[in-house]
Design a protein around this ligand. Structure first.
Ligand SMILES: *Cc1c(COP(=O)(O)O)cnc(C)c1O
Length: 387
């Protein structure tokens, strides 16, 4: 039996009529860009995340760029993040004019190691008499960007306490963690700003591209409202911004889907807990570790195998019809486009090691129990055959 890594069709089946209604309404009204649908979604999304404001934009990548600029990142500023993430986390820093500075992750949660953050700041930075955090070479620290990877928040208590001490704004890359919680607080409601992607494979996916920034700060929100539309109001421009708006039709689709999001999270969480029990006996495999303060929405269910087995396991699963993928095979500090940052092999040993061990298996909410069993049995069969 084949089991897909993700089947969005199954999620859409029960809401087809609602989605068609959105499409028909857009055709009739000809309101295609922003408009009341987007404003309504922004309200509902802010309420869902527990923030004062939410600002729609064209993608998760743009959400990150806009948020970094709005919290005050200026050309040449350093932005701290991890190398074990989707490319856009670091790509957005560069596009906002910043310089990515990587810190390694924790091997069990794949999220930033807060003690490395604390140590790096203590060892490398001073607060100038203007209240600016600077490195010894004079470059300013513009922001810290924790990535909530695979649906689990980074340790936001520790990160916020460190960043509050240093007065550095935190921009949460919550693109994989819509709805996830840390100590009852939703992703995107803890830092100065939270960034979300509505790429179709995310837990809340549009029928195309889309993004959102959440914040409690009216200044940050208003800056993004301006930046997403050429940095102006009417035809008066005080700064140069972008064309990064959210389509009304996507906002409409997202409103339909937002109403189902909690039950979809429940489906993913149920599947994750099935796997974690069923794979307990497979000692060659490490199942995801979730911190006690964290409520994961499992955008991915990512296991670890021995580096020497991982690719063999991946191929075996695929040969047997099980969809799976490696997120992410190459840490960002080793990407060609970041040669200029001066990193090399061995700089981030945890990221480098886990990139050879991780494997994500199907966890979307509409999987049947039969399919879950099939995935588990195929993993067991692989190790049984290996002996
Ligand atoms: C998906 C994703 C992004 C980018 O989102 P897009 O909507 O594809 O631009 C950024 N960061 C992380 C961690 C992501 O998973």
């Amino acid at each position: 039996m084949a089991v897909p890594l993700l089947d969005i069709n199954r999620q859409h089946q029960p809401i087809l009529e609602d989605l068609r209604y959105v499409f028909n309404t857009a055709l009739e009204t000809s309101l295609f860009i922003k408009g009341p649908e987007m404003e309504q979604l922004e309200k509902e999304f802010a309420e869902y995340c527990g923030t004062d404001r939410a600002i729609g934009c064209a993608s998760g990548t743009d959400a990150l760029i806009l948020a970094l600029m709005a919290v005050g990142v200026k050309p040449g500023d350093v932005v701290l993040t991890t190398p074990f993430t989707f490319f856009a986390s670091a790509g957005a820093i560069v596009r906002a004019g910043g310089i990515p500075l990587f810190l390694d992750i924790l091997p069990d949660t794949f999220n930033i190691d807060p003690e490395l953050l604390s140590k790096w700041l203590t060892d490398n930075c001073v607060v100038t008499n203007r209240g600016v955090v600077e490195r010894s070479n004079g470059s300013r620290i513009g922001a810290v960007m924790p990535v909530h990877l695979f649906g689990q928040l980074a340790d936001m208590d520790r990160i916020m306490s460190i960043c509050n001490d240093w007065q550095i704004p935190v921009v949460e890359d919550a693109c994989q963690a819509v709805g996830a919680k840390w100590s009852q607080k939703r992703a995107g409601s803890i830092g100065a700003a939270g960034c979300f992607s509505f790429f179709p494979s995310k837990n809340l996916g549009a029928l195309g591209d889309g993004g959102m920034v959440t914040t409690d700060s009216p200044e940050i929100a208003d800056t993004i409202v301006s930046l997403r539309e050429h940095g102006g109001r009417g035809y008066i421009h005080e700064e140069v911004g972008f064309n990064s708006r959210l389509d009304a039709i996507q906002a409409g689709f997202l409103r339909v889907k937002l109403a189902h999001l909690e039950s979809w999270h429940d489906g993913r969480r149920k599947n994750a807990s099935f796997y974690s029990k069923a794979l307990k006996g497979v000692k060659q495999v490490t199942t995801p570790v979730i911190r006690k303060n964290a409520w994961s929405v499992y955008n991915q269910y990512t296991i670890k195998a021995k580096a020497s087995d991982r690719d063999e396991l991946l191929n075996y699963l695929r040969e047997h019809g099980i969809g799976c993928a490696v997120y992410y095979p190459m840490p960002l500090h080793l990407q060609k486009c970041f040669d200029c940052l001066g990193y090399g092999e061995g700089d981030f040993p945890v990221s480098e090691t886990v990139s050879k061990e991780v494997l994500s298996i199907p966890v979307f909410g509409e999987l049947t129990e039969e399919e879950l069993v099939e995935v588990v049995e195929t993993i067991k069969a692989f190790y049984a055959e290996k002996g």
